[in-house]
Design a protein around this ligand. Sequence first.
Ligand code: ZN
Length: 268
Amino acid sequence: MYDFEIPTDHNPAVQFSLDDRRPRTLSEIVGQEHIVPRLSQAAKNGSLGRRQALVGPTGSGKTTIAQAIARTFFCSRSRELGDACGTCKICLLTSLSNLGSYHEWTGAELNEQWGWWAENGSCILERSTYCFFLDEAQDLSDLHQKALFRQLERARAMVIFATTHENLVNDALLGRFGANKFYVRRPTLAQAVDCMERHCLKLGVVATRDQLAAIAGHFKENLRLCVDFVFSAKDQTPDGLVSDEFVKAVTGVEISSAVPSVRARISL
Ligand SMILES: [Zn+2]
């Protein structure tokens, strides 16, 4: 559907970054059952809105959802699947930032680069094949929020906002997103443990559900931290075998004392 230049130096086989720890498609997203089916159906209907706002606490997965929406927007099979396919050249990119038509900024970064954005932003936003993702939108200054509000009036690009503090984003600016405002929540403990187990299987890490539940509880179901733990376990344990001592060394959590309380919160 779209024409893209894939950078010639890109080789997914040898690149490995934090982004590889994130789900890439809508169907892989954990704990957002109130959001994903709506987005997926919209993609199938060919009416994935050009404005998407994601509101939720740190570590709830806003960035992951935003990037999955962007992949769905770019992937040529999304209408057929209601999701990004996960296997085409676009979907396999380690980072969407390798695409010239994808722009990801934080509010603070955009403040710093406002001179450049004031000159180029409107032109970027007018292109219907472009995607602009503004993370931590609440950090954009009030003056710049007002300017962005005006720019969005004529925008044809896919625009995704994410914020931890909805109350710090200009009402009129947020109003541009209409009904496409989604409240992202942390997954449940059971969902976090299931997700960690899948990563353990993929990486050859061996840990008990008691250990994973204690860790997920310690990290308050912040999936990014939970998944990072599994990667650390792969790198730092003999043969990927997670001991209670390792859990304690990384998190300070004593498994024997944590298990009764996590058992009360999850069926293990
Ligand atoms: Zn694809």
